[in-house]
Ligand binder design. Sequence first.
Ligand code: SAM
Length: 251
Amino acid sequence: TGRKVLICSDSVSALYSIQSGSSHTFRRRCVSHSRRFIGENTEVVGEQSLTPELRLRLFTPSCRFWTERPELWPYEDPYWAIYWPGGQALSRFLLDHPAVCRGQTVLDLGSGCGASAIAAILCGAAHVVANDIDPMAAVATHMNSELNGLQPPVCLTHNIMGSPPAAFHLILLGDMFYDQSLATSLHSWLNRCMETHGTKVLIGDPGRAQFEEHAIRRLLRPLAQFELPDSVREENYGLSCSGVWSYTPEL
Ligand SMILES: C[S@@+](CC[C@H](N)C(=O)[O-])C[C@H]1O[C@@H](n2cnc3c(N)ncnc32)[C@H](O)[C@@H]1O
């Protein structure tokens, strides 16, 4: 039932968070249920993104729910089953410039399928945390790390922006400027991380209106711009490029 799924999804969250309280066996069962669901409702995809070297389990036209009635989907909207253009540009940039992550502690905030966290691990980051408030994203990130032959990053599912500024060398934000109020909360939390810990911030975005019109936009320095592959353009009506910026304000 919907309630069971909800309880199960909360337990998945607890398993991937530091504050876990539920029974170990129950939590394991929920994670294995979520893994099975992801395995049955996604497809392993490689070549069609800006990072063909990464294999990811994603939502494609051959998946059942591409045509199934959406109300039958038992979880939150599956943002973790899409490799967003902003995350693609960010991951491409990291893989092209591995020194950016090498030896660094890295937080991928709003990690979705986990691709940018995986790219950071491949680049030799010292410690990688993937944070997403959707607990299914943590399960997907584990599965995608394994697909690429990697130990998964630490996955946290609480709202990290409600916590004191995090002590990371680098924070990655792939396609996180799709909602004005989220962008504003992010902006002030990033400022606190930079002021407190001197954290560096990299942002990947395909030029969404909410990003272009946000106050943070004029404080960004462009680092790279990528043309999106045809299949990514088709899935993201009207988008043709995706860029990477560094956030370097005078605080
Ligand atoms: C557009 S997707 C981007 C996913 C990934 N970075 C990419 O580029 O493929 C945004 C993600 O942010 C997550 N998210 C939204 N609000 C969040 C928050 N306050 N803290 C952490 N994650 C959040 C969503 O669950 C979703 O997975």
